[in-house]
Design a protein around this ligand. Structure first.
Ligand code: COA
Length: 166
């Protein structure tokens, strides 16, 4: 079975990520979306909330599983017996960081391939931070995130406002 891992923070998942999954799900028997707790990033959603949002948003893709993980990606990928890591490339700015990560992961697991998939042009400017910032400032992000994520962002916004008032 050809299994690939699609790792990331996904705080939250956007239509850009879903686009990558819709295209790569045709290439592999199974894709495990691995939600990482990235300590260098201040997260809005807990890893469990992020995983649930991805599950809801990928119900139309039968070969997608979602898990949370922390630690070294190479260890996680080895444990899954995955043949590839999937990463999306939006612009050339992503390239240098992604190339370094791919090299690191190849040193740690020589047989592992990193598969880069070009984002759809309509999502090249989209990032989770951008979506969070716009939504939390009252902007409409409905064209950039799944409906369930939009609802999740509005719920977080309500909590933040209540905390400020209280
Ligand atoms: N559409 C929309 N946004 C996209 C996107 C796409 N197709 N592809 C990437 N992005 C955005 C993400 O939303 C995220 O935005 P943000 O920075 O505003 O949150 C940004 O690009 C970075 O993507 P992400 O995949 O979340 O990267 P990351 O840097 O948080 O995590 C890992 C990358 C998980 C691969 C890396 O941190 C990792 O491997 N960690 C484990 C520890 C490890 O093994 N380290 C290697 C040691 S050498």
């Amino acid at each position: 079975m050809k299994l690939a891992v699609y790792p990331g923070s996904f705080d939250p998942v956007t239509n850009g990520h879903i686009d990558i999954l819709e295209r790569t799900s045709k290439l592999f028997d199974k894709i495990v979306v691995a939600v990482i707790h990235n300590v260098s990033k201040q997260a809005l959603f807990t890893p469990q909330e992020r995983a649930d949002l991805i599950r809801e948003s990928t119900k139309h893709l039968p070969n997608i599983e979602v898990e949370c993980f922390s630690g070294l990606l190479a260890d996680y990928v080895s444990g899954k017996h995955a043949c590839a890591i999937i990463r999306g490339l939006r612009t050339v700015i992503d390239f240098e960081y992604e190339m370094q990560m791919a090299m690191w992961n190849r040193v740690l697991i020589p047989n592992l391939e990193t598969i880069f998939v070009m984002s759809d042009s309509k999502y090249t400017f989209v990032s989770s931070s951008g979506v969070k910032e716009a939504a939390l400032l009252g902007g409409n992000v409905s064209s950039l995130v799944p409906e369930v994520v939009e609802r999740g962002l509005l719920a977080k916004l309500t909590i933040i406002r209540q905390n400020k008032e209280g």
